[in-house]
Unconditional design. Structure first.
Length: 250
């Protein structure tokens, strides 16, 4: 995130989902995991059951962010891979596939070998399979963390106000066709990042650096219109008119 963007000096880039991804997750990267990342992940819902993500984000210490990694089987490029270390438990691996105005980026597999046609080029399904099967191009330490992880999630992030079931059901049905136990596809919206920034600013004692980061993130998402409904706010003081056109003067 840059001050120029906050002041509207990058108009040709403001609708770019890669910039939005960088804005949000680079802010999370520079904050302690429990200040923003974990509260954000905890608000995700399961696309299959509609239930909140399971309470596995306990005992978290640090997060390793891999921006735009490559998968090695389906040759996909998720937006972020987040590897979370925990004090006494195995790591957690989460792929972020982020969208702003664009839709799902499916691949044309008609000319591919039969083994690559299983998911009809579905972007979410192919990334999900590569995550579950360790098919990621990572350095040695990151590969080790991925292999050791006991919870893995694919998190679809969009600007929809509610779960975009038409998109997620399509991907989920393709996954379930080959794996009836597929259950780790989740969704959350960008508006949740605004909520997390606002709630953390209001509820926690922060140093100046943390406060500045969260204030900038909050203000940027508000500028982009990515805020949750904040309720109606009537004027603080109602003005009493001196005259009423319907008043009986007799």
């Amino acid at each position: 995130m840059t001050i120029a963007e906050l002041h509207g000096k990058l108009p040709t880039l403001e609708a770019k989902e890669d910039l939005l991804t960088s804005d949000v997750f680079s802010t999370f990267r520079y904050l302690p995991v429990n200040r923003a990342l974990i509260p954000f992940l905890r608000k995700a819902i399961n696309t299959r059951s509609g239930q909140p993500i399971s309470n596995v984000f306990t005992d978290c210490l640090t997060a390793d962010y891999v921006f735009w990694p490559k998968t090695t089987r389906y040759k996909r490029e998720p937006d972020v891979l987040i590897l979370i270390t925990r004090k006494t438990k195995a790591p957690i691996a989460t792929i972020i596939e982020a969208k702003f105005y664009s839709g799902r980026s499916d691949a044309n597999r008609t000319q591919s070998k039969q083994e690559f046609k299983a998911y009809d080029g579905d972007q979410l399904a192919e990334q999900y399979v590569d995550l579950m099967k360790n098919e990621m191009d990572l350095n040695k330490q990151q590969k080790q963390m991925l292999h050791e992880s006991d919870h893995r999630f694919l998190l679809f992030v969009t600007a929809h106000d509610t779960l975009p079931r038409k998109i997620t059901d399509d991907s989920l049905n393709k996954l379930l066709k080959h794996d009836p136990d597929a259950h780790s596809l989740y969704w959350v919206n960008w508006q949740t990042a605004f909520d997390v920034a606002k709630e953390t600013l209001e509820a926690q004692i922060l140093d100046d650096g943390q406060r500045f980061l969260l204030e900038d993130l909050r203000d940027l998402l508000q500028r982009k219109g990515l805020t949750s409904f904040q309720g109606f706010h009537p004027p603080a003081k109602l003005i009493q008119p001196k005259h009423y056109f319907w008043r009986d003067t007799q």
